[in-house]
Structures are given as structure tokens and as C-alpha cells.
Design a binder for this molecule. Structure first.
Ligand SMILES: CC(C)(COP(=O)(O)OP(=O)(O)OC[C@H]1O[C@@H](n2cnc3c(N)ncnc32)[C@H](O)[C@@H]1OP(=O)(O)O)[C@@H](O)C(=O)NCCC(=O)NCCS
Length: 302
């Protein structure tokens, strides 16, 4: 079964958890939910109603690269959802995970969504980390006096840069998958490389490569959620360990933001692990403000 058109589904789901945030209007909430759904292509089960709902999907891309059956769970539940409903949906989700032999599954929820968290925990998922969502509204020109790295050039990356960008992501990026002892670290790193390569192949419209002293020092990939949202996002920004604390990350952000503005972005958003001090310091220093937090849940089911 396929989830179908994520935009239509997102419109139908009145219990969209993102609607609870006063800082999000209806359109932004629908976009966020549609993006959650879009990212997880093949739904194994989609059950529930407007009070509580669960979608379990198989993430084919990650399965192939990690050599493990990987599932993704979208869970949402309103305060009106009863314990019986939560337990019923959890049983359905567990059944789908077992039937399709999903070994590892994860979910991401707004951190304040207590009922959806209850649903995830009833499925057998546990909190695995916190994400901070940051937003920069009305991004203006870069602050005067910003310190460019010596001899830094940030230019549009082309297909000839694919291997350099893949290597930067493999060696410089980290997320919570690396902390999963049962996943093969080398395969996780190769997956990061594939994400970056995919951005360059067109998943995001803009990828910039920074060169310092003639060598690939970092890259950034950015895009817009979908026209006419006016919401830009930063997908990946990675600086090689040897090139850090020299202004490369800031220079990449400062080169990418005007490109997003040119395309109509009036707000730029990103998610960052709440424990990633260097990245949060970089973003806050550029005027990004905290908007909402997400909790990542995960669990093994085999
Ligand atoms: C986050 C990252 C991109 C920063 O790149 P960078 O080139 O080292 O950053 P910059 O030199 O441009 O630093 C700009 C500002 O960010 C902050 N910052 C960067 N690294 C920091 C650190 N280790 N500790 C504290 N603040 C830091 C500082 O405010 C710094 O300004 P300052 O040097 O004038 O004090 C880099 O550390 C990285 O690639 N990390 C791994 C990948 C990653 O986590 N990416 C973000 C995922 S969302």
C-alpha cells in the first residue's frame, strides 16, 4: 500500500500535531506533516482517525544501505485519544513491524506531544535524542564584519565534486545512527555520503562547496520546502575536521542564505541535535532562534 499524495493526506489529518504550535500557521503545519509522510515512501500500515493515527513504513533506501530492515513510524494522537485507542494502534503497528520483519524503527515527534509519545512507547520505541528546530525569519544581508576564512571560496558544486562531497559527509557528519551499536558504523558513514551525493544529484537545488587552500573544506546543501511556502531549509552543512573554527561553516551559511532569498525564502529553518553545541552556536550567532523541539524515538524489534 502507498501512503498516496502526502499533501492530500496531510490536509485530511485534522489532528496534525504541528497545529498545536501557535508559531506555525495552518499552511506551515500541513507542509511539515506532508514532508514527514513524503520521506517514507512505502506504508505497511496506515490506521486510525483524526484523534489518533499511526503510519508504519519501510524505508527502502536505508534498508539497502545499512543491510538491516529499517522502518519509520509516524504517530500522532490528540489529548482526546483514549488509552484503549492508543493500545489498539500500538498493537496494529507492532503487528506490521513483525509481519514485515522490520528490525529497527524510528519516529520523530514534537517534544510536547504527550499522547503521541505514549503511542510510540506503547509500540516499543524509546527516546533516543532531542532535536532543536531553529528558524531565521526575514533573512537579511550578512552581518558586516563577518570573518571569512583565509583563501576560502564557496562555489556551486557540480557533478565533478560528487566524490569530494561524499567524502566530507562520510568523515565529517554524525547523527544518532552512529550511536546504534547494532548498526555497522562504516555503513552508516557510507549512508551519510549517499545522502550528500543525493542532494548534489538534485534532491536539493543548491549545494555549495568550500575550498580552503585549494582543498575541499566543507559543503552545504539547501532548498525550499515547496513553492509557494517561502520556507527555505538547510539540509546538510559539514566542514572537514581539519578546517573547523576558521569561518568555513559561517561562510557557507552566508553564501547559501542569499541564494534561498533569491528563490523567495522569507524564513529558513533547520533541525540540529540538541547536543550539537558547535552547530547551535554557529546558527544562533547568525540570528537563528529556537522554535520547537522534537524527540527522536527508536527501537529494535527483531
Ligand atoms: C558545525 C560546523 C559546520 C561548524 O563549522 P566551522 O567551520 O567549524 O564553524 P565556523 O568556524 O564558521 O564558526 C562560526 C561560529 O560557530 C561557532 N562554533 C563553531 N564551532 C564551535 C565549537 N566547536 N564550539 C563552540 N562554538 C563553535 C562559533 O560561534 C563560531 O564563531 P567564532 O569562531 O567567531 O567563535 C562543524 O563543526 C561541523 O562540520 N560539524 C560536524 C557536522 C555537523 O554537525 N553539521 C551540522 C549538522 S546540523
Amino acid at each position: 500500500m502507498n501512503v498516496g499524495d502526502p499533501d492530500r493526506l496531510a490536509d485530511r489529518i485534522a489532528a496534525n500535531p504541528y497545529r498545536r504550535f501557535p508559531e506555525l500557521d495552518a499552511a506551515a503545519a500541513a507542509l511539515l506533516l506532508a514532508d514527514d509522510l513524503r520521506a517514507h515512501r512505502t506504508a505497511l500500515v496506515d490506521e486510525g482517525d483524526e484523534e489518533a493515527r499511526v503510519v508504519v513504513s519501510r524505508v527502502a533506501w536505508d534498508c539497502e544501505r545499512l543491510g538491516v530492515e529499517i522502518g519509520r513510524i509516524e504517530a500522532w494522537a490528540t489529548a482526546a485519544a483514549t488509552d484503549a485507542t492508543i493500545e489498539r494502534l500500538a498493537r496494529v503497528a507492532r503487528g506490521a513491524l513483525t509481519q514485515h520483519r522490520i528490525a529497527f524503527a524510528s519516529a520523530r515527534l514534537p517534544s510536547t506531544d504527550a499522547r503521541a509519545q505514549a503511542l510510540c512507547q506503547a509500540i516499543g520505541l524509546h527516546p533516543a535524542g532531542e532535536l532543536q528546530n531553529l528558524a531565521l525569519d526575514d533573512p537579511g544581508p550578512p552581518a558586516q564584519g563577518a570573518r571569512p576564512a583565509a583563501t576560502l571560496v564557496a562555489r556551486d558544486a557540480g557533478q565533478g565534486d560528487l566524490e569530494a562531497i561524499r567524502a566530507l559527509a562520510e568523515t565529517g557528519y554524525e547523527n544518532r545512527l552512529l550511536t546504534e551499536a547494532r548498526l555497522d558504523g562504516a555503513r552508516v558513514r557510507a549512508l551519510y555520503g549517499e545522502w550528500a551525493a543525493n542532494d548534489l544529484r538534485g534532491r536539493t537545488p543548491i549545494t555549495l562547496l568550500a575550498l580552503a587552500e585549494g582543498a575541499a573544506a566543507g559543503f552545504i546543501s539547501v532548498g525550499l520546502l515547496r513553492a509557494p511556502s517561502g520556507i527555505g531549509f538547510v539540509d546538510l552543512v559539514v566542514v572537514a575536521p581539519w578546517a573547523r573554527r576558521r569561518g568555513v561553516g559561517r561562510a557557507l551559511m552566508e553564501a547559501a542564505i542569499p541564494r534561498l532569498r533569491e528563490r523567495g525564502a522569507h524564513r529558513i529553518e533547520l533541525n540540529v541535535a540538541a547536543t550539537n553545541g558547535p552547530a547551535i552556536a554557529l546558527y544562533r550567532g547568525m540570528g537563528f532562534a529556537p522554535r520547537m523541539r522534537f524527540t527522536d524515538y527508536s527501537g529494535w524489534f527483531d
